[in-house]
Design a protein. Structure first.
Length: 371
């Protein structure tokens, strides 16, 4: 008997829990159609907004590679090297809302069993911008989108009232989420930035605002490396650079740490894991921490733009894993390693059971060891 990969997330049935994240692979209806035909259970569109968008001149994404058996890190594509990360400074979709209207509906009509999630973004701090969030929400849900993902996470917006600057402010997280929930008829997910001191605070604010799920994490703020010969940043426009987002394999452990913080704080909450996923082993890490869906970007970009081989690897890996361990559904193993993430003071020390977190006496703020 084959494994049942279907799952229910925020009340929506997915034929499998694997999704393309909001990114270049989902920048057009043609790509989304191809992704669904390849077998992805869901797709999050590239973020749609109402404000003017103009990307930087030249390349918007490059890939950081390490020499095999060496120490050189460079974006130069070369033999005998391994990809360790992606780096981009691409903005949200440069296609206006009107471009998406009609196309989203046709995608959903062509693939009614697939899950189409619209990523949206507007500004913050005034009633006009809150109204923009609501305008976007009503437009995409009227197209038949199954859910909405609020982009509180883009690390390189050209406006200070957008993207990760919203995700770093728990008040804005809550206010914007509430505004969207006032008009939303479909589940609302929030995609948070990892660039915050305590992501649990922002997640809490989103849930208090009515969010049905939290997606995490987006790329990490970073700079491209500098070429030691030219002394130029390896990604630049006329010599200049601004912080962009680091993604791909390198961020998997970092994103897992952020996710563990949230799933432990909100064990009954719903979470979609993002960051560094190339195969089922990686996706499984998020599931074992409590995620109900997993999103992919970099690996798909490198595989015919939408990851036809990646999704085959993911579903085959999940089927094999479930059949081998006799799991009937994702819910049988989702979150079973969440409680294994504990405070450092709770990790057992050799031959010392009465450890007090580095203090000679019990110290306020340290949990007593349970190990």
């Amino acid at each position: 008997m084959s494994a049942d990969l279907s799952t229910r997330f925020t009340g929506i049935r997915f034929e499998n829990p694997f999704m393309l994240a909001s990114a270049p692979p989902t920048e057009s209806d043609a790509n989304i159609m191809r992704a669904f035909e390849a077998g992805w259970g869901g797709v999050v569109t590239k973020t749609i907004g109402l404000h003017p968008v103009m990307n930087v001149k030249g390349p918007k994404t490059k890939f950081l590679r390490a020499d095999n058996g060496g120490v050189r890190l460079s974006m130069a594509k070369r033999a005998e090297s391994t990809l360790v990360a992606s780096w981009n400074w691409e903005l949200i979709s440069d296609k206006p809302l009107d471009w998406w209207i009609g196309k989203l509906a046709r995608v959903k009509q062509a693939h009614p069993a697939k899950i189409l999630v619209a990523s949206i973004m507007a500004g913050s701090g005034n009633d006009k911008e809150l109204h923009n969030w609501q305008t976007l929400t009503k437009a995409v849900q009227d197209e038949g989108c199954d859910a909405i993902e609020l982009n509180f996470s883009c690390p390189h917006m050209d406006r200070v009232d957008m993207g990760s600057n919203v995700g770093k402010d728990k008040v804005l997280c809550s206010v914007v989420t509430q505004a969207v929930k006032e008009v939303a008829k479909v589940p609302v997910w929030v995609k948070l930035t990892p660039a915050t001191a305590n992501i649990v605070e922002e997640a809490k604010a989103c849930f208090l605002g009515g969010a049905d799920a939290v997606s995490s994490s987006n790329t990490f703020p970073s700079l491209p490396v500098i070429d030691p010969v030219t002394l130029d940043f390896e990604m630049n426009v006329e010599g200049y650079v601004s912080p962009g987002g680091l993604g791909g394999p390198a961020i998997l452990p970092l994103s897992l740490a952020k996710m563990a913080q949230m799933t432990k704080a909100f064990p009954d909450g719903e979470f979609s894991g993002i960051g560094g996923v190339s195969n089922f082993d990686h996706a499984l890490c998020y599931m074992l921490l409590g995620c109900g869906t997993v999103q992919v970007c970099t690996a798909a970009m490198l595989d015919h733009a939408i990851g036809p081989n990646v999704i085959k690897t993911l579903t085959a890996g999940m089927s094999e894993f479930m059949e081998k361990r006799e799991f009937a559904s994702l819910s049988d193993f989702r979150g079973i390693r969440r409680d294994h993430v504990v405070a450092h003071s709770q990790i057992k020390r050799p031959e010392q059971l009465d450890y007090k977190g580095g203090y000679s006496e019990e110290h306020e703020g340290y949990a007593a060891s349970t190990v």
